[in-house]
Every structure is written in structure tokens, then in C-alpha cells.
Write a protein that binds this ligand. Sequence first.
Ligand code: AGP
Length: 626
Amino acid sequence: MCGIVGYIGKRNAYPILIKGLHRLEYRGYDSAGVALINEQGQLNIYKAKGKVAELEAFCADKDTRGTIGIAHTRWATHGEPSTVNAHPHYSESERLAIIHNGIIENYAVLKAGLMEQGYTFRSETDTEVLVQLIEYTQLNEHVDLKTAVQLALQQVIGAYAIAVLDKDHPDTLIAARKGSPLVVGIGEDEYFLASDATPIVEYTDKVIYIEDEEVVYISMNPNSPPSREGQGGGSIDITTINNVAKTPEIKRLELSLSQLEKGGYPHFMLKEIFEQPRTLTDSMRGRVNVRQDNIALSGFIDNKERFLNAKRIIITACGTSWHAGLIAMYAIEEFAQIPVEVEYSSEFRYRKPVINKDDVVIAISQSGETADTLAAIQLAKSKGAFIFSICNVIGASIPRVSDSGCYTHVGPEIGVASTKAFTAQVTALTMLALCIGKEKRTMSEEQYLRIVRELGRIPDKISRVLEQEKRIADFSKTFTYAQNFIYLGRGYNYPVAMEGALKLKEISYIHAEGYPAAEMKHGPIALISQEMPVVVVAPHCGTYEKVVSNIQEIKARKGRVIAIVTEGDEVVSKIADYIIEVPETEECLTPLLTVIPLQLLAYHIAVVKGCDVDQPRNLAKSVTVE
Ligand code: AGP
């Protein structure tokens, strides 16, 4: 999704902006651009289609001087990926420049009005409409730039995080947000702007998370009032778009630079796959106490009654997080005996769902910024439901809108394909299911204790699965020819099959589908031939024998089977073409082990195919638009 970086201070802005864009590359983008005001007061904009490296090459012989600037990575919504559609965009007079993350839904109406006033447009973007609207408002209403931004944003329907430069005021940076994330970093005599904290972390740990409909006015003018934060030079002033003054709340960043580096791995995705024994330990730290045989989840403890009285739990999420939600449905219904519905946020928010005051709505989101999930919980909240969120990015919009929740604490996930966030989400949801089940006495003490103890062993068991990486890498080469893959699983491992298929699709561009194994004979079996690799997730679980029969059916039709089995399996290992073993564990915890080989399989197939694993085409890490 689009990335925003801004700088104002005493240093050369260009290197800071470019480094910031690199840090935001993981979000996914198709073009990049930068705007700088130099000492002569010239506002220079440079843009390039493709990677940030192409922008750098383009800028190599350009004037990149200036201590104020904004930069952007674009993920196309309105208008194809191209240099002309890349941000920043000039206003009509070329006095203003803007960058934007989000969608201006009423841009066509606004554009028509501006065209009637003689405004011309260079790009097909909604963003250019906004900068023109700001300039038009300023000239027409005879107001200063901040007021023009406020008035223009009052007319906008949609989502935005914007930053605006004015070449007549080279000591001022204006930004605003609604629906799309924006963070301000406060340094010594300098300020940073970014879509998330990753471009800021190496300069300062003091940040302000901008709220919806807030406008930030940063000035380095010595004559402007002293900063409300008492930081050396410059001042920062926050108002709403209706000009109501707000008191900025400065937070301390819990993010280190080393967490953002690849640490010797060729890709962030591989690093993140291998981090899982540690990240799961971190997710459980202070929560799962194996010695006292107990789970303490503060978000649950503080709101116990809401969960115990819930007539229904609705889980809402997208993509991989939705798969984690499906696994939670099995666990919550099994242990807590509460009916669970799992909803795609994008459907839920628009289908006029019946939501009651005694419903608990659980939102799952790695980024905490997914626009559809945010809208889904806002809808549920307006109907009086209790909102509990499971997110990774601290301080993101979804946890801030929620009534309570639980962070997964896996550190930044940079690879677009979610891996460590998924296992941590499943762990958090399983802990929640166990907490409710224990409290409601809908599960036996013995079963609770067994699973709590086993949870503590999962990180070591994941390490054992990871030891098979070399073998998985070797046989991955056999499958790069494939145009299609089928993934099958049952019960807790049906969502794992879908997750494995999603991983393969998004990074290797091979078409893959995940099905409940028993559904195969209702259609997908027609696809089986010797060209069709079928990944079957078949650990020792309640439905094991039935899955074995499904494997026989595939083999009878010459399909090639890659099976994920429990260590020591003697049945499937004789009929499958390839097997990957995972240690024995409790059925509800098998997804935490069986998903690991599927992550590695997708990764290695994509690498052999020469795909851009960390930044797959068309994909964004954080989907902040609908
Ligand atoms: C997973 O690999 C994806 N890239 C994607 O499906 C992701 O899980 C989805 O966009 C939801 O994101 P969130 O968890 O940040 O809300």
C-alpha cells in the first residue's frame, strides 16, 4: 500500500526520504517519487515507475538539495502505475506538492467542479484532485494553507493520509489523516512523517500517532510559537479539520533498527519463517505459565464477563488473518462452546449483518490498519458489540478503536507474505479459547492443563520442523513446472490448507486452491492428473483415516502427493510421493506445526522461479484502501 515519508529540519532531506522509502518498500508499491524545496525556493519533483532504486538512478544528476521534503511509494488505485500517476503531484500553479495514501471517493465530482474553474489535470489520480482543491480553496477563500487544507478535507469523502509542501513557505510541512495511518517523529530540531514508524526508528523514539480528521502543522519558523512538546527548534500544532485544537500525545517507540534488518537471510520472509520459535515464545511470554499450568491474558481477564456472557462470537479479518480466525472457530467452539462465525471483513461491513449487544467481535489483523477490518469493527461497535482485537503493530488504528485486545508481539513483519504473524495469531486465539473454556468449565481441567503444557513445547517443535528446510528446498525444484496446486486438509488443518495455497499463490504466482479434503469428491477431484501436485495436511488427528482415503483416491488418479504427516507415520509415508514430518502434538495445536512446511514450500518454489519473494507483484503488506 502507498507509503509516505516526510522530513523537515536542518539536515539534507533527500537521503532521509530515500532511506525511508526503502524501509516502506515492504508495504508493496509500483512507483516512487520525491519533492524537495531547495535553498533558492524551487520546488522540485522527481518520479519514476518501478522500484525506489529506479527513482534514485533518475535523481542521480538532479538537484536534490533541501532540508524539507516529502516522498512516496504508490500502489495504484486510480490510474495505471506510471511516472505521471506517481506522487508527488503539483497543484495547478506548481506552488504546492502533495503525497497521498488512500482513496478520494468523490474525486470525480470534485474534479468536474475544478475543471469548470479552468483547472487542468496531468494525471488520472484522485490525489491530483486533492492538491488542486487545496490550491483553489486557498485562492478562492483567501485563507492560509492550513485553513485551505482543513476546508478542502471537509469536502472529501474517502480515506487519506497526506503531506503537503508549499514552495512559498519552505519552513512549513502540513499533513493530515483519515482512515490511512500517519505517524510524526519528533527529533532534536527536526520532524519526520511516515506511514508507519519504520522510517523514523533510527532518528527518534518519540512519536505521535495522528488520529482521524487531524491536521498537523509543523513549522521551523523561529517566529512561530514554541513547540507544545518543548523540543528545541520548530513547532508542531495539531487541529481537527474543523480547527478544534488537539493536544498531541507523545508515545515512545518500542521498535529497534535490528528488528528491521534481514539478519543474514536472503529474504525477510525466510528470516520471519525461522524466527517463529522465538516469536511464539515472545507471544506467550508473561501469558502462558507452564510451571503454574496457567494462561493469563489481560485482555480476557479485564473483560471476562463480556466473554462469559457472549451468546455468539463473530471473528472478522482478511487473508491470512481470516485463516487464523477459522482455526479459532474450531478451538472456541470446542473448548468454550460458544457459537462462532468467521467473516471476511469486506463482506461483513456491507451485508447489513445482525449484530447484538451481547456479541463479542474479534478482529484479527497483523498490520492493525486493514481498511475493511477497521470498518467492520466500527460497524459492530456502533451496534453495541464488544470489540476485541488481535494485532501485531502496536498503536495501529484497529487496536485503538477496539474495546480490548491482545498484541501478538512478533516484531515487524516485513515480508508481504504473512508467516510469523499467522502462527502468533493462532497462538493468541488458542490462548483465548482456553481461557474462556476454563472459566466456563466447558472443558475439563485435565484437557486444559495438557494443552497449556503442550503450548510451552511448541517453539521447540517448530525448530524441529525447520530442520527439514534443506530437504523441502530440494524437492521444491521438482514443482516449479506446475501451473496449479491443490491443498487439502480437514478440521483444524482445513484452514492450514487454505493458508498454504495462499502463500504459494501470492509469492510464486502459481494458481493454488485449498479445500476441505472430503469436499474433493464434489468437484476438485476432476482436476487430478499426474500434472497436479496435491499437498495434503494429514497429521494424526480425529479424521486421519478419512484423509488417508482421500490420498488413496488422489493416487488412484495419478496425482502427485506431498503429505505433511506426524513423525513416525507409517501409512501415508508409504503412499505419498514426498512426506514432511511434524512432531506429535495436541490436535488444536497442529496448525502451528503443519503450516511451517507449507511456508517453506511456497518460499522455495518462488525462489527457484526467480520471483520477488518479499515484494510480490500487485500485493501490499498493509491494505489501507478498500
Ligand atoms: C498474507 O500473506 C497476506 N499478504 C494478506 O492476506 C494479509 O493477511 C491480509 O491483507 C490481512 O492483513 P492484516 O492481517 O494486516 O489485516
